[in-house]
Design a protein around this ligand. Structure first.
Ligand code: CO
Length: 174
């Protein structure tokens, strides 16, 4: 399972709800976690592996030997976000070498379904809330560069231009 790199248009596509909670969904989730750990990530959304469905996974520890911390969310919805916000540094597996400050609500409440299709609720804050919001954005085609502070956006501009250049080059070569 390869990670889709910016500016691949699959990162901006519409993502369909998960409707079938079967073995192949579970297999995809396992492969997403493997791809995430292999690239030292803490979260991954399905469109980042070329699956345009409303599915995301994360592990706030980023450690494959802490599987109890793995979270799988199918069709997640943010039903509450705090007025209180916090600025924090983010990276994204679809943006190698890019980091920047993003301001996000500190606390969120979520409704989602698990791998069996059962509905559940989750309350998150701080780091976990940040990871979730970053991944949820992916399901709506929103990327963290869209939300970066102007100073960070300015800083990462040359690297983004390099990524666009590499993408066009790869297309031309293929
Ligand atoms: Co990301």
């Amino acid at each position: 399972m390869d990670i889709v790199i910016y500016p691949d248009p699959r990162l901006r596509k519409k993502n369909a709800p998960v409707t079938t909670f079967d073995k192949s969904l579970a297999t995809n989730v396992r492969e997403m976690f493997d791809a995430m750990y292999a690239t030292s990530g803490v979260g991954l959304a399905a469109p980042q592996v070329g699956l345009n469905i409303r599915l995301l996974v994360y592990n706030p520890s980023g450690k494959s030997d802490l599987p109890n911390e793995e979270v799988v969310l199918c069709n997640p919805k943010m039903v509450y976000k705090s007025k209180e916000t916090e600025s924090g540094e983010e990276g994204c597996l679809s943006f190698p070498e890019v980091n920047g400050q993003v301001i996000r609500p500190l606390k969120v409440k979520i409704e989602a379904q698990n791998l069996e299709g059962e509905a559940f609720e989750l309350e998150l804050e701080d780091w976990d809330a940040r990871i979730f919001q970053h991944e949820l954005d992916h399901l709506d085609g929103i990327l963290f560069i869209d939300r970066m502070t102007p100073a960070s956006k300015n800083q990462v501009k040359p690297v983004l231009e390099d990524l666009v250049h590499d993408y066009k080059q790869a297309l031309a070569d293929s």
